[in-house]
Design a protein around this ligand. Structure first.
Ligand code: 15L
Length: 271
């Protein structure tokens, strides 16, 4: 069994993924927060991603890394810089120093959140980040590219839509991914023999949507879930959307208009 370091394992996405992955991989779970419900095949190691020594120790002896850790919404620049930019750099540096072959990087749809929803984009589309958070994910993709070209650390960068048990609003009907579809995609990222540096979208087989995910299909991704069965219910309960608002027009939704992680109820806090 491959030994895989999962950063940010105590977070929402990590919590969804652990049961999907622990039968297939020996998991080293890392986070700032403790994880106390460990199963067989799971071990915990505390690590602050901004601390290169802690990241170096966590990555010792692993075959691959699933890098979920960091700050997952918009935030002040120092927070984003330390957790996401320094943190991701530290992960790739640790991978290089330990000769870890493969990294799956949890990138985000917010790397491209300023594209209009009327435009279909793909893995080759130029980034249009909607937040400092999105900028940090673009930076992570760039670090992944550098480390593939220069040092042979192979990466799959997954521009994750929204991971949840089910889609919660009209925008999420387009970008939703089920935990088990994400686990399938991450499995490809860890095990596919011919990955060097790839960008794919982390999305289920939704009928609505604005991403051409042919790069994931080429690598063998066949999502089994779809937002479609939830669509009628979600749309019946969704608050009315202003068609002229930037949040409604942009793929990134509220991230495109807010300084506070897409939550319009919070005041803007430019740093
Ligand atoms: C993300 O990248 C965030 O990490 C997550 O919290 C969601 O807000 C998601 O995007 C989204 O766009 O719904």
């Amino acid at each position: 069994m491959k030994k895989i370091l999962m950063t940010g394992a105590a977070g929402g996405v990590g919590t969804f993924l652990r049961p999907e992955l622990r039968d297939r991989y020996d998991l080293v779970l890392s986070d700032l927060r403790d994880i106390d419900d460990l199963h067989s095949n799971e071990r915990f190691v505390a690590a602050d991603l901004a601390d290169p020594d802690a990241v170096f120790s966590a990555a010792e002896g692993v075959d691959g890394i699933i890098h979920l850790g960091g700050y997952a919404v918009e935030g002040p620049w120092p927070t984003i810089r330390d957790a996401n930019i320094e943190g991701t750099y530290n992960i790739y540096e640790a991978a290089r120093q330990h000769s870890v072959k493969r990294v799956v990087f949890a990138s985000s749809n917010h790397t491209v959140g300023f594209y209009p929803r009327t435009e279909t984009i793909d893995h080759l589309s130029v980034p249009r980040p909607d937040t400092r958070y999105g900028v940090s994910k673009v930076c992570g993709e760039a670090v992944a590219s550098l480390y593939a070209d220069k040092y042979g650390v192979e990466s799959m960068c997954v521009r994750i839509g929204n991971v949840a048990v089910k889609p919660v609003d009209a925008r999420r009907l387009a970008i939703w991914i089920s935990p088990r579809d994400l686990a399938r995609l991450i499995g490809i990222g860890l095990d596919h023999p011919e990955i060097r540096h790839e960008i794919v979208y982390g999305v289920s087989q939704n009928q609505l949507g604005w991403w051409d995910n042919r790069n994931a299909t080429r690598l063998g991704y066949r999502p089994r879930d779809s937002s479609e069965p939830y669509a009628e219910d979600v749309l019946a309960h969704a608050p009315p959307e202003d068609p002229d608002s930037i949040a409604t027009r942009c793929q990134g939704g509220n991230f495109a208009i807010s300084e506070s992680g897409g939550d319009p109820s919070k005041p803007d806090q430019p740093q």
